[in-house]
Design a protein around this ligand. Structure first.
Ligand code: SF4
Length: 328
């Protein structure tokens, strides 16, 4: 379905944030992302899910270099961009765009909507004059905004329309990958569906790839080809959407999914409750980071960190109890 060579390959990505400290106190770090690897093919959507604070937004922001990775590789079409200086990164930003949960904060409130969408075209010297006007108008058409809205300011748009404006701005430079950081989390359910449908249509028509970050699994199920699950800075499971939702293998994924309502009243999911608080990412638990909350934890879980192992083609899990079934 997708090309073999990944568009984006993230390898052992680490992002630590230093904490504030008092005089003579040792420096400590929030280990937000702690050795995460995955790839995305052209035209593919990878959903990235997990509870608040699991590190998924830090991954998103590192990929577009809004945050500087602590270590690891971020390969875009084979070129490592993780530590490129901004002068070399800048031309590559055309390929890599981001849309945010709150587009309002990323839209200049004093600029008219048409100028906001035109800005990347001007910055990358892609169009000017009548051609610029024509392309901006076409982008408004493409995302379902009216052309007369080009003269409006961001505060004159509804939440869903502002997200469409953010999408138009991201689309302006013909990116290969759009990182979608909780793009519908702040919207009403009916508006969420409209924005998801728009993103799906754009992918079909333009061959875009998405990294779709969300905490809502039902949203991810609608748009993703594959889904990756994070817990406390680690990737714990990756699988094709159908596999992950029908046969989740990691106890954490099982617990997350059991909390998602099933629309068919004749079907029920067994509810698995995760007890306890999420541990601090400053001092994560030893061994498997999920062991303090896992109903299946054994002695080895406290001592050794489980690796992400392929248990079936395309289905990888980090859990000691799944290793025995792993494919060689
Ligand atoms: Fe639970 Fe142990 Fe598996 Fe971690 S390794 S998810 S603690 S059973």
């Amino acid at each position: 379905m997708f090309s073999d060579a990944p568009l984006l390959a993230v390898k052992d990505l680490v992002k630590y944030y230093p904490t504030s400290r008092g005089f003579l106190e040792p420096q400590r770090f929030v280990r937000a992302v702690d050795g995460v690897s995955f790839d995305i093919a052209a035209g593919e959507t990878l959903g990235l899910v997990g509870e608040s604070g699991c590190g998924k937004s830090s991954v998103a922001r590192c990929i577009v270099r809004l945050n500087e990775p602590t270590s690891g590789r971020i390969e875009l079409r084979g070129e490592d961009i993780a530590h490129l200086p901004e002068s070399q990164m800048r031309p590559l930003r055309r390929n890599l765009q981001i849309i945010f949960q709150d587009p309002f904060s990323s839209l200049n409130p004093r600029h008219r909507a048409g100028d906001i969408v035109a800005e990347p075209l001007v910055n990358f010297a892609l169009a000017e004059g009548a051609e610029l006007d024509r392309r901006v108008a076409a982008l408004f058409d493409r995302v379902g905004l009216r052309r007369e809205q080009m003269r409006n300011f961001p505060h004159e748009f509804s939440g869903g329309q502002r997200q469409r404006l953010g999408i138009a701005r991201a689309l302006a430079v013909n990116p290969a990958l759009i990182v979608c950081d909780e793009p519908v989390s702040a919207l009403d359910v009916s508006i969420q569906a409209q924005v998801i449908n728009l993103l799906s249509d754009l992918q079909r028509d333009l061959g875009l790839a998405y990294l779709f970050v969300a905490h809502d699994l039902s949203v991810v199920e609608h748009i993703s080809h594959r889904v990756a699950v994070m817990y406390l800075g680690k990737m714990v499971e990756v699988a094709a959407r159908e596999t992950l939702f029908a046969a989740p293998a990691h106890p954490y994924t099982q617990a997350l999914l059991s909390a998602v309502p099933v629309p068919d009243p004749t079907r029920r999911r067994t509810r698995t409750l995760i007890t306890g608080e999420t541990p601090s990412p400053i001092a994560p638990p030893s061994g498997c980071r999920f062991h303090t909350r896992c109903p299946l934890a054994e002695a080895i879980c406290r001592q050794a960190e489980p690796e992400l192992v392929e248990i079936a083609p395309g289905h990888a899990v980090a859990c000691h109890l799944k290793k025995a079934d792993a494919v060689s």
